[in-house]
Design a protein around this ligand. Structure first.
Ligand SMILES: NC(=O)c1ccc[n+]([C@@H]2O[C@H](COP(=O)([O-])OP(=O)(O)OC[C@H]3O[C@@H](n4cnc5c(N)ncnc54)[C@H](OP(=O)(O)O)[C@@H]3O)[C@@H](O)[C@H]2O)c1
Length: 288
């Protein structure tokens, strides 16, 4: 195990303790999140390094690749250390053009849960997020049927904990009337702060908020204010963006992605940066 401290400490997802600094595996599936990675050995090395560094939370989905990131995680890390918890998502599939059509009928969801179990080599999935909306973001509408299906699979013992992703605040509230949730995974970063209020509400309820695209995803965050703060602190903009998220609220968990061991180490080292009130005030202006 590395001597680099993992910034942010830990959070409890239901009965599972995870490092707030996790790892998002999506982009390991290569261009367009379709097919094998450009550098397969490199992808396996990143996953092994994440665990070696002490990270205990990995985010994936059978739709990535499809199945590619799950297979890589299994090859790199199975049998999994007891401390490692893998979160996955169901509710979208892939088409031949690399699109992400919804797959939220009861049969789709049962199939997806079994596909995740099989490709990850698990008997029980630690955390399953119901992915809602579409590539444009959350869309309103009831999640009752798909979420009840997942709650049933949870009662059958195939899923430990549930969450929702790409969800509106109303859908989060509706999910909680059906079954307890341990997290919400939505798009959020320095420049996209639509969920500010939701994050604070969830923090009060002990529910994690897991921002996807914490570094901007396919379009890396760029802002003169971010560069100015980073320059002043002698840090990279990526480090500042991650440190800001960790400082934003204790219920925020990071699942930043990278296909590079060097970037992974930089991110772990950089996210522990301490931002002053002045830094935060300057950064807060970016998304407001
Ligand atoms: N629920 C959903 O609908 C949903 C949607 C999208 C994503 N997700 C989840 O969210 C996770 C994070 O999203 P993401 O990986 O797409 O976006 P991200 O974490 O915002 O950014 C990843 C990008 O940042 C680059 N990067 C990372 N560290 C860097 C560094 N130190 N220096 C320079 N570049 C750096 C990576 O390039 P390199 O590979 O070159 O480092 C990669 O291109 C995914 O892995 C996935 O698990 C969920």
């Amino acid at each position: 195990m590395s001597t680099l401290p993992i910034p942010g400490g830990t959070w409890t997802l239901g009965d599972l303790t995870v490092t707030r600094f996790g790892y998002g595996a999506m982009q390991l599936a290569g261009p367009g999140v379709m097919g094998p990675p450009a550098d397969r050995d490199g992808a396996l090395a990143v996953l092994r390094e994440a665990v070696e560094l002490g990270i205990t939370h990995i985010d994936t989905a059978a739709a990535y690749g499809p199945r590619v990131t799950n297979q890589l995680i299994r090859e790199a890390l199975h049998p999994y250390p007891e401390s490692l918890h893998i979160a996955t998502k169901v509710g979208a599939t892939r088409d031949e053009h690399g699109g992400w059509p919804p797959a939220r009928r009861p049969d789709d969801l049962r199939r997806a849960v079994h596909e995740n179990l099989e490709t990850l080599g698990l008997d029980v999935l630690d955390l399953v997020n119901l992915r809602l909306g579409d590539a444009r973001g959350p869309r309103p509408g009831s999640l009752a049927e798909p979420f009840e299906t997942l709650a049933e699979l949870q009662r059958q013992g195939l899923i430990r904990h549930l969450g929702v992703s790409n969800a509106t605040a109303e859908q989060v509230a509706e999910a909680r009337t059906i079954a307890p949730i341990v997290c919400v995974q939505n798009m959020y970063n320095l420049a996209h702060r639509h969920d500010d209020e939701l994050i604070d509400e969830l923090a009060g309820e002990g529910i994690a908020y897991v921002p996807f695209f914490p570094l901007g995803g396919f379009s890396p965050l760029q802002s003169s204010a971010l560069s100015a703060v980073a320059g002043r602190l002698g840090a990279t903009p990526m480090s500042v963006a991650l440190a800001w998220l960790l400082q934003r609220s204790p219920n925020i968990l990071l699942i930043a992605g990278t296909s590079s061991v060097t970037h992974l180490r930089e991110n772990v080292a950089g996210a522990g940066l301490s931002l002053s009130d002045e830094d935060v005030a300057e950064l807060d202006k970016i998304g407001r």
